[in-house]
Design a protein around this ligand. Structure first.
Ligand code: NAD
Length: 333
């Protein structure tokens, strides 16, 4: 990652959704590489907790704009002078998008258009877009390649796919470089664990830590390419620093492996020594896909990307973080 530093040292960048889970980790990395970071977030799915700590540490290099990417004025201010825009703001959940598909469209598709327009007006060099492996839908041939036809099976997936198309079209039509990073199930410290929309790794850890059985939707034999958050962050840095001038390419970002939900639950249960817990099975949720696993050939070729943290190490780090966070919360109670 050493060569990447020169791409960020002393430069201004913008992170949409930077108060969120992946965004917060990306802001950490950008600050460590010497960038000045502007964050725009409406805090609809996050709090200012982590960002406030960063602002306290680096008051001159972090600036927070509380607003929506759908507001042209807020976006204009957030991207002013930024060389790179990392676009992560989104309504990021399949079940939530099924409940409110119009809102998912507004934030994820129209919102991406607004981000691209603001970046173009401000003459930003590049937009790195957080896309989603959900675009593949239920594709039986694994691992999933970017050349496979997309088949979204939820409003979330369709809106995130629309964002990819917008990025490509903007690179074809205007002088702006874009790249879409299709993440596969990202997990790690600070991921929200308590809402009905929580991602599965965080939800399992939180439940097992509190002595409750993990809840699995379906038979648990569905599988995912669980990707530790440091890998998604590294991919963003590589995409932003790439000298190849991306023009809307779509690139898988995962680990290249897959783990079933039953195996994930067993590992979490094992970690907590809670062998008396048996996962509770509930009906399959609409919009969920059966299997997912990334082919990383294009990521290697275009970005020299290789996963830097394995699933097993990432899981241990995540469990340790949740343990520490809950013992801190206990101390403060
Ligand atoms: N976590 C994953 O497994 C995963 C997988 C594939 C793709 N992604 C994509 O990565 C990105 C980040 O995901 P995350 O897991 O960190 O989710 P997150 O919800 O923690 O982060 C998204 C942030 O965007 C903010 N936001 C939502 N609507 C906004 C709006 N209109 N204006 C400004 N800010 C707004 C939220 O408050 C939140 O802070 C999203 O684009 C998501 O679709 C995530």
């Amino acid at each position: 990652m050493g060569g990447v530093r020169s791409a960020f040292e002393g430069r201004r960048v913008c992170v949409t959704g930077g108060a969120g889970f992946i965004g917060g980790h990306l802001v950490d990395a950008l600050l460590a590489l010497g960038a000045s970071v502007r964050v725009i977030d409406d805090l609809s799915n996050s709090t200012l907790e982590h960002l406030s700590e960063l602002i306290e540490l680096e008051p001159k290099r972090v600036r927070f704009f509380h607003g929506s990417i759908l507001e042209p004025r807020a976006m204009r201010e957030a991207v002013e002078g930024a060389a790179i825009v990392f676009h992560l703001a989104a309504m990021g959940s399949v079940p939530r998008s099924i409940e409110d598909p119009a809102r998912a469209w507004d934030v994820n598709a129209t919102g991406t258009l607004r981000v691209l327009e603001a970046a173009r007006a401000a003459k930003c060099e590049r937009v790195v877009y957080s896309a989603s492996s959900s675009a593949y839908g239920d594709n039986e041939r694994l691992p999933l390649r970017e050349s496979d036809p997309p088949r979204p099976v939820s409003p979330y997936a369709a809106t995130k796919l629309a964002g990819e198309h917008l990025c490509r079209a903007w690179s074809e039509s205007y002088a702006i470089s874009t790249m879409s990073l299709r993440y596969f199930n990202v997990f790690g410290p600070r991921q929200p664990a308590d809402s009905a929309y929580a991602a599965v790794v965080a939800a399992f850890i939180r439940r097992v830590a509190s002595g409750a059985a993990p809840v699995i939707f379906g038979d648990g034999e569905q599988s995912r390419d669980f990707t530790f958050v440091s890998n998604a962050v590294a991919a963003n840095l590589l995409a932003a620093a790439s000298k190849r001038e991306p023009r809307g390419e779509v690139v898988n970002i995962g680990t290249g492996d897959r783990v079933t939900l039953n195996a994930l639950a067993a590992r979490v249960i094992e970690h907590f020594g809670a062998r008396d817990l048996t996962p509770e099975h509930q009906p399959v949720r609409a919009g969920d896909v059966r299997h997912s696993q990334a082919d990383l050939s294009r990521a290697r070729e275009l970005l020299d990307y290789r996963p830097i943290t394995t699933f097993a190490d990432g899981l241990t780090e995540t469990i340790d973080w949740f343990d520490l966070a809950s013992s801190r919360a206990g101390d403060n109670a």
